[in-house]
Design a protein around this ligand. Structure first.
Ligand code: KG4
Ligand code: ZN
Length: 344
């Protein structure tokens, strides 16, 4: 590598919190030099969801080759790397441990600093990759398989969670509804596709609100309403139309998400809104936010789908800003399955 590149800050990032084994090299927090993702989805599809024990075993099998590939794609050697970033929570403990142990081993062998990253901080930071001018403060809606958070991003690494789900995460609701109408795992992308052929107003599903907590979400009632609708159709011998169910369910999710996120922008006085997480790749959600934000004079940001679902590039971006702030973890870093955003 030439000397110019050596002046840059290169992070090698590792992500293994769920069912993707991923590694990436990120330059100066914004420039993704490589982004390798080994997905286990096909394997877990057989069981209708992620099987933790299988996930851990697969991570162990894949992690070395994924990291090697990430370094090769970036045309980098381990000695060019300034710090190792790794997701240490939240997530499946066995899955997280594989990435954390690997990152610690590399940090120890190369004497490079180790920076543990919160998975949600990674999702939020994915917005910096393609939106080069985006800087905090802004509001971010994080919607993934495991999380639904409305967050005020005060600064890099400074978060205030103002809303969260009381029950199911948005992605979980997509996956459960998909299973109920026979679409299989993971349900989000399948509902997204099928909904394009359905009528979003065919069935009026509920938009739940949580009393006294205007920015909290609840999706379990919506999921139950879908299941009740299916039961009712079966009992009355009415045709079940999966495309209409998908479109109507998705429409209810869109309303729940957009309403709260836009209200948060108004109440907290921000005109920048970002979305993140696997569900943020949903086409109806992106279209709705694009329209509403244009009407409301709010700048809308979202990552490309590949940076919405789990990846290590987002962890590299978050690790860069943490590294610049001086965050360092010791070799006693542990996986924390229920790590809270903002906790160290
Ligand atoms: O962020 P992610 O990859 O993993 C977690 O951190 O949880 O999110 C995975 C979730 C799954 O529930 C999946 O069904 C959902 O994101 N998802 C989608 C779409 N693509 C992925 N949900 C709705 N529409 C999509 N296009
Ligand atoms: Zn995720």
């Amino acid at each position: 590598m030439n000397d110019d590149i050596n002046k840059d800050t290169l992070i090698l990032a590792i992500e293994s919190s769920c069912d993707e084994t991923a590694a990436s090299v990120v330059r100066n927090g914004r420039d993704v030099m490589s982004n390798v993702i080994s997905s286990q989805i096909v394997l877990h599809t057989l069981y209708g969801g992620v099987v933790p024990e299988i996930a851990s075993r697969k991570h162990i099998e894949k992690i070395n080759q994924v990291i090697e590939q990430a370094l090769n794609d970036a045309d980098a050697e381990l000695e060019d790397i300034d710090a190792i970033g790794v997701t240490y929570g939240p997530g499946l403990v066995g899955a997280l441990l594989v990435g954390v142990a690997e990152a610690k081993a590399i940090a120890y062998a190369t004497k490079k600093p180790l920076v543990g990253v919160h998975h949600i901080e990674g999702h939020i930071s994915a917005n910096y990759i393609e939106n080069k001018t985006l800087e905090p403060p802004f509001i971010c809606l994080v919607v993934s398989g495991g999380h639904t958070h409305l967050v005020v991003v005060n600064d890099y690494g400074e978060y205030e969670v103002i809303g969260r789900t009381r029950d199911d995460a948005a992605g979980e609701a997509f996956d459960k509804v998909a299973r109920a109408i026979g679409l299989g795992y993971p349900g989000g992308p399948k509902i997204d596709k099928l909904a394009k052929e359905g009528n979003p107003h065919a069935i009026e599903f509920p938009r739940a609100s949580v009393e006294g907590a205007p920015f909290d979400f609840s999706f379990s009632g919506l999921k139950s309403a879908v299941l009740n609708h299916i039961n009712m159709c079966q009992m009355k011998d009415i045709e079940i139309v999966p495309a209409d169910i998908s479109a109507s369910f998705q429409n209810a999710v869109v309303d729940s998400l957009t309403g709260r996120a836009i209200n948060a922008c108004h109440q907290y006085g921000y005109n920048k809104l970002a979305i993140a997480g696997g569900v943020a790749s949903n086409s109806a959600i992106r279209d709705a936010f694009t329209d509403i934000c244009a009407r409301e004079g709010i700048e809308f940001y979202h990552p490309s789908p590949i940076f919405c679902t789990d990846n290590a590039a987002m962890i590299g971006v978050a690790a860069y800003y943490e590294y610049k702030k001086g965050t360092r973890h010791g070799l006693d870093l542990n996986a924390i399955p229920n790590l809270k955003l903002g906790e160290r």
